[in-house]
Every structure is written in C-alpha cells, then in structure tokens.
Design a protein around this ligand. Structure first.
Ligand SMILES: Nc1nc2c(c(=O)[nH]1)N[C@H]1C(S)=C(S)[C@@H](COP(=O)(O)O)O[C@H]1N2
Ligand SMILES: [Mo]
Length: 395
C-alpha cells in the first residue's frame, strides 16, 4: 500500500518549493496565494481558482489506470457554468439536412457507448518549456492528464440523424462558459475535421462522444455538466465542456481557441498565428511519477512508476518504455502494467538499481510503429506539446 497522505504531503512541499523558487518570477504566472489545496478538490493541486486549473500530484496520478474524478485535472479558461439539466438544449446546425435541438432525454435515446480514453492538456509539462525560457500560462507539471470511462451518444450517430450536406468538412463545438481575452468576451470553442468523427468504427474505443457520464457518474460541473465532447487522441482543448452548440461547416471554427490559441509558434506574432494550422493530436509522451523530483534515494533498488501516452493514431500503441539512471547510457525495460490501447495511457513500472552516483532518472517511450519519444523538443511560445524525455532529479 502506498501511504498516499504522506506521498501527497511530500509532493505538496515539492510543488511549493518549485513554484515559489522558480515560477513566481515569470510573467503571467498565477500568484503565490493561489497555490493552496481547495477544500472541495482536496486531492488536486490548485494552480488557480478562477478560472479553475488544478492537477493531481504525480504519485496520486498513477495510483490507478482509471483516474478517479477527484484526482482528474481540471482545465477551465473561464467561469464554471451551473447548467440546469431540465431546460438544457443542444443545437446541431450548419451544413446539415435537418437542424436539431436536443434535450438531455433526447440525447439519451441515442445508443450510449462507453469508452475509456485519456484526456491530456496541450499544455501538460509546460513548466519544462519554462525552464528553457519562460512561457506564460498555467505552469502544468506532468499531471494535466487523466484516463476516464466516458459514456454518451456518439457524434457520428448525432450527425447521421441530422444528415450531412456534401460540403461538410469540419465540426465546431461551443461551450456555455464565457472567456475573457484581450478585452473581449466569448464562448470557448473547438473544432475537429469531420474525418476524425468517422475514423473509428462506430462505438469503438476511438469514438468521438457527447459524454454525459464520467466514471459511471454524471459529469461534475468542473468537467462539463451536463454534456461535454470527448475526442480521443486529440488535445484536451478539442473536448469542449458544457457543450451547447454543434455546427457543421466546410472550414475549421473561427473561435479564438481554434483560430489563434492552440498553435505551435516561436514568438506568437499575428503572421505566425495566421501561417500555422491548429493543433489536433497529442504526440507520443511519457513521464515518471514516482519517485518525485528531489526525493532522497538510498543505494539499492527502487520501483519507478509512471505513464506513457500513445500518439492517438489508429492501431498505434505503446510498445516499449525504458528508464535510465545513468543519463541515458543504459536503459532498463519497464513492465507495461495495462493493456496496450490506442487511446489510453499505458501505466508502467520499472525496478532500478541506484547508487550514490544516481543523480536523475529518465524515461522514454517507443510506439508500435517504432517511433521513439524525442530526447529534446523545440521551445514554443505557448508552451504546448512538451514531450521530451522526462528527467527527474534525485539525491
Ligand atoms: N467549454 C470549455 N471547454 C473546455 C475548456 C474550457 O475552458 N471551456 N478547456 C479545455 C481544455 S484546454 C482542456 S485540457 C480540457 C480539460 O478537461 P477537464 O477540465 O475535464 O480535465 O477541457 C477543454 N474543454
Ligand atoms: Mo488544455
């Protein structure tokens, strides 16, 4: 048994040390006072309360393959709407034969497949980008990821019911929250190519869902009650919460969060933003969750635990996870402790020999196409998609 209370206490101290020593000097980083554990999200480390941004401690994260809701990261850009389930209506419009207005009861009449899928924020591990050069935004460690059981109507069924027009190529999603940016307020929106909706066979693990349940419970307000999108394999930003409107179009959504925000750019100039396409897929990744940075190890053998994320491509799973305790000269093959699935994280464990000379642990993952996680990544102005080998300094 892991003593979770002790583990989270130790880890909380690490968070405080790391954030107070390093990140406080960064522009735009939440102020010190927000780094407290909220009473109602006691397992999460709260980066900011309004908007709510919180992540579990690394040891907590890998306690189970399905992440309990109270250990699941929360990433919100604006307010947390309190939606009345009875009067709620979802509209489906745009390039469809028959626009729809669906109540929750009507949504419930569609087949209700259940999938397990990992949701990851594009900004997961942003704090590591910031160590290269400071990046604005929530300084996520490796906890902006979680694996949940989702149930709801599949988007393909809903779109088939509405009937697609021939020119349909993208599907836009809009939430009920309001977000402020640059003096303007607007709804949070996302968008995915129509091919993504029909890529996975109906009701298979890659299905794009209008989820109403998470781990067999109705969604909580933080996670998008009453309905959210779940887009397996894509950055979390495409899984729009508090879903209110679906628009079928011939182009990607003009919403700020598709047109401007989630892009890989060096400086973030208007021209660069215009020249680059929106990010959709999460890349291959992995992280060490136990031991945590700064842990004092005795010479001997230790168990190292963590996760690896496949690249969200049909048929591609994690095939190898390796850990090094000698700066990458030799690697120990980790034991993969879950089924190899395309849209779920792979948990792993490795037994590592440590000596007084052990200064850090490193992990890297390889997928079933033979692609290896990169040793380093290119810094980008918004701090997205950090997926370099994960280094954990130890004493
Ligand atoms: N309406 C709305 N949907 C949203 C967001 C948001 O701020 N508003 N944040 C997105 C981002 S960036 C991520 S990573 C995921 C996080 O989902 P979670 O809070 O359930 O973990 O929700 C996405 N959906
Ligand atoms: Mo995100």
């Amino acid at each position: 048994m892991i003593d979770t209370s002790a583990a989270s206490l130790i880890d909380r101290r690490f968070f405080l040390r790391q954030f107070s020593a390093g990140a406080i000097g960064l522009i735009g980083v939440s102020s010190h006072r927000s780094f407290a554990l909220a009473a109602d999200e006691s397992r999460l480390f709260v980066h900011s309360k309004a908007p709510m941004n919180a992540e579990p401690t690394p040891p907590d994260l890998v306690r189970s393959w399905v992440t309990p809701v109270d250990s699941f990261f929360i990433r919100s850009h604006g307010n947390t709407p309190q939606v009345d389930a009875d009067s709620f209506r979802l509209s489906v419009e745009g390039l469809v034969e028959t626009p729809l207005t669906l109540s929750l009861a009507e949504l419930g009449k569609f087949p209700q497949p259940e999938i397990v899928a990992t949701l990851t924020c594009a900004g997961n591990r942003r704090s590591e980008h910031s160590r290269i050069k400071p990046v604005k935004g929530v300084q996520w460690r490796e906890g902006a990821i979680g694996n949940a059981k989702w149930r709801g109507a599949s988007l393909s069924d809903v779109l088939k019911k509405a009937g697609l027009r021939e020119s349909a190529k993208h599907v836009w999603f809009e939430g009920l929250d309001t977000v402020e940016d640059g003096g303007k307020t607007f709804a949070f929106g996302g968008s995915i190519p129509l091919e993504k909706v029909f890529q996975a066979k109906d009701n298979s693990p890659g299905s794009v869902l209008l989820a109403t349940s998470m781990n067999d419970q109705p969604l909580t307000a933080d996670h998008g009650f009453p309905v959210r999108m779940v887009v397996p394999g894509y950055i979390g930003a495409r899984s729009v919460k508090w879903l209110n409107k679906i628009v079928v179009s011939d182009r990607p959504s003009p919403n700020h969060f598709v047109a401007d925000v989630y892009k890989l750019v060096d400086q973030g100039t208007l021209l660069e933003v215009a020249e680059n396409a929106p990010i959709y897929r999460m890349p291959l990744n992995s992280a060490i969750c136990t031991p945590t940075a700064g842990t004092t190890l005795q010479p001997g053998r230790i168990e190292v635990l963590g996760y690896a994320l496949p690249p969200g491509v049909p048929g591609v799973t994690i095939s190898l996870v390796e850990v090094s305790s000698d700066r990458g000269q030799t690697w120990v093959k980790a034991k993969l402790t879950a089924n190899a699935l395309e849209y779920c994280w792979q948990l792993w464990s490795a037994e590592i020999a440590t000596t007084f000379a052990t200064k850090e642990l490193i992990v890297r993952a390889t997928d079933s196409r033979g692609e290896v996680q990169p040793e380093t990544v290119r810094w980008n102005a918004k701090g997205y998609l950090f997926n370099a080998w994960h280094h954990v300094p130890v004493n």
